[in-house]
Design a protein around this ligand. Structure first.
Ligand code: SF4
Ligand code: SF4
Length: 321
């Protein structure tokens, strides 16, 4: 049946630190956080209960009542949705620890709260999802943070998914630790590693990340880019525009030249989350110009650019509530 909904309400599951949600997107006017379990610590999942709740949400969209928390979301689309219960958009955001200390990071800013949360292991749950055909192909599997590559189960998890023939995986990594499982999956053409370097030189990198890892990250981006021989698996270098820190053409040029010099061909752009949410109604056209400038520079070098949801919201004029 054709109606306005989104792939995450229909078939999404997001592992958060202490909750299960449909997705991790929170930058639109509705604010996101559509909860499937508000007190989750890594236990096996009661699938009947979870899908009963998902069906309730989906039914609201089918009736034309967009959930209040989904309002304004860039992922809403009108299409013919199927009626089956399964997951094919899976997000992992449960891992807290990180080897970077980005100034804009919510987890760094709330370290005392996050230090008290005990990490859990999703491998047994993913095995069950594969065995029961709950996790299906055709969507996307995405990892956010903390830093996924330092989770003890990370290499096993990527190998499990790769060997089970899942494609279209996306890992958001600081790029500080090199992962052989990521490299292998890029070679197979099934994974895109997105490294948010946010800068084009050591000085700006240190100012944002507060660690001295610029050279290491560039070196790892180069290794991942070299694994992308067939142009299927990818290394994407991401730039989060941070007002008054890296919001200038000079830094953007340095970043694009760095990516070009290591053989990278894919870029992504976003805008700093807290600033965006606080200033969304009054964002100066200067920031849309910067996003457009990145697109122009990328076109010049025949690079591809992906706009993440805040940059996309700005481009599509959906930043205002
Ligand atoms: S509409 Fe947006 S907030 Fe709602 S489930 Fe979909 S992606 Fe998440
Ligand atoms: S890399 Fe990600 S998780 Fe780590 S500090 Fe930076 S924003 Fe936070």
């Amino acid at each position: 049946m054709k109606y306005l909904s989104c792939r995450y309400i229909e078939h999404g599951l997001d592992f958060e630190h202490t909750r299960l949600e449909t997705c991790c997107f929170t930058c639109h006017s509705g604010g996101g956080h559509i909860t499937l379990n508000s007190d989750y610590k890594g236990e096996m999942i009661d699938w009947d209960k979870l899908f009963t709740l998902k069906r309730k949400y989906r039914e609201e969209h089918r009736k034309g009542n967009i959930l209040p928390n989904c309002k304004g979301c860039v992922f809403l689309e009108e299409k013919d949705w199927d009626e089956e219960d399964y997951i094919n958009f899976l997000q992992f955001n449960y891992w807290i620890q990180c080897n970077s200390k980005c100034t804009y990071c919510y987890e760094v800013q709330n370290k005392k709260i996050f230090d008290k949360i005990k990490p859990y292991n999703t491998v047994p749950i993913i095995k069950e999802m594969i065995e029961k055909n709950i996790l299906r192909k055709g969507g996307e599997i995405a990892f956010g943070g903390g830093e996924p590559t330092i989770a003890p189960e990370f290499e096993d998890l990527i190998k499990l998914l790769t060997e089970s023939s899942f494609r279209n995986m996306r890992i958001h990594s600081s790029g500080i630790k090199f992962s052989p499982a990521i490299e292998e999956a890029i070679k197979k053409g099934v994974l895109n590693v997105v490294i948010s370097i946010d800068s084009g030189c050591e000085k700006t990198y240190k100012k944002i990340k507060t660690v001295n890892s610029f050279k290491k990250v560039v070196e790892n981006m180069k290794k991942y880019a070299a694994a992308n021989k067939n142009n299927y698996g990818l290394m994407t270098s991401k730039y989060i525009i941070i007002p008054n820190v890296n919001d200038n053409r000079k830094e953007i040029d340095l970043w694009i030249e760095t990516v070009k010099s290591i053989g990278g061909r894919w870029l992504a752009v976003d805008i700093e989350d807290v600033w965006y949410k606080t200033n969304r109604a009054t964002i100066s056209p200067y920031y849309l110009d910067l996003v457009n400038y990145i697109i122009e520079r990328a076109n010049e070098y025949k690079m591809k650019v992906e706009l993440y949801d805040r940059a996309r919201g700005l481009k599509e004029g959906k930043n205002q509530i």
